[in-house]
Design a protein around this ligand. Sequence first.
Ligand code: SAM
Ligand code: SF4
Length: 327
Amino acid sequence: MLDALGRTIDYLRVSVTDRCNLRCIYCMPSSGVEWKPHETILSFEETLRIVRLLAELGVRNIKITGGEPLVRKGVAGFIRTLRNIPGIAGITLTTNGILLDRYLDALRDGGIHGVNISLDALDPQVFHRITRRRGLAAIFQGMDRALASGIRVKINCVPLRGVNDRHLIPLASLAEQRPIAVRFIELMPLGAGEGLEPVPGAQVKALLEERFGPLRELPPGEARSAGNGPARYYAVPGFTGTIGLINPISDGFCETCNRLRLSAEGVLKPCLAHDLGLDLRSLIRSGASDRETLRAMTALIAQKPKGHTFAAPLERAVRQGMYTIGG
Ligand code: SAM
Ligand code: SF4
């Protein structure tokens, strides 16, 4: 469907949990995280019903996220059932990769189309400084086995000034021999990310060009890795894969935003940066019919804000980390 500004809304990010086995410094506090009680988290059946209704309204592609989606039991089976919803064309997963190897066969059999692996450094000490945990070897195993299984792989890195900004070249080099997209995402001032310093995408590009030569921007049709998001993709001389830049702060792309988010607790949000949301858990648990739920969803989508407000004081919901919003 179209929102009030004429944007096509066809992409939904579904968070299946707020829990995580890492504690990335830009997303979560180091300790004292209070997980949401189980009964407040949507059951898979409830989520399926919501996705089915949103598919009726035009949602075509889904990204499973969290928290860390692979810590929730049964997620691969859930993906298989999502695939059967009429209208759903593509299902991908974003993961920190720690459990990817363990669940890869089930994900492949469940029909996953692609995985995005969040990986901010290849140096074990820098990796530990960012995630406050260990696990690089497991991530590599998962990544290479996903590729061997024919699953499309993208790597997502958030460059942080003074933390991993001197470690971006080895990450980019992962795309030299592998058919993957390595994407650099500007830090957003959400939750724990608020006190850290981003590296603007233009600086990341300059740094990569200094090392690899000029990056050639690929037209969207030519970028094999193009998905549903706002990344710009670049070819690098001698690379099998590509480099992607996602610049939510310096290259605002709100005017073409096609996405909705469903939090693990069942709040449907039309924009990451605004408090606006529809409490679908309460609505469906109070016995609302499909028709009533569709009407409420349609009214919410019509109110999708024009853009983010990261330059202004943050709204209440935005002070939470991405793991609660469904990053
Ligand atoms: N745990 C999974 C993962 O790390 O991919 C899925 C959830 S995570 C919240 C989704 C994405 O949000 C990750 O790629 C992470 O790097 C990104 N993210 C989290 N906090 C962020 C922030 N403040 N700014 C930009 N990206 C952020
Ligand atoms: Fe966990 Fe992903 Fe947040 Fe890191 S970015 S703490 S892996 S939810």
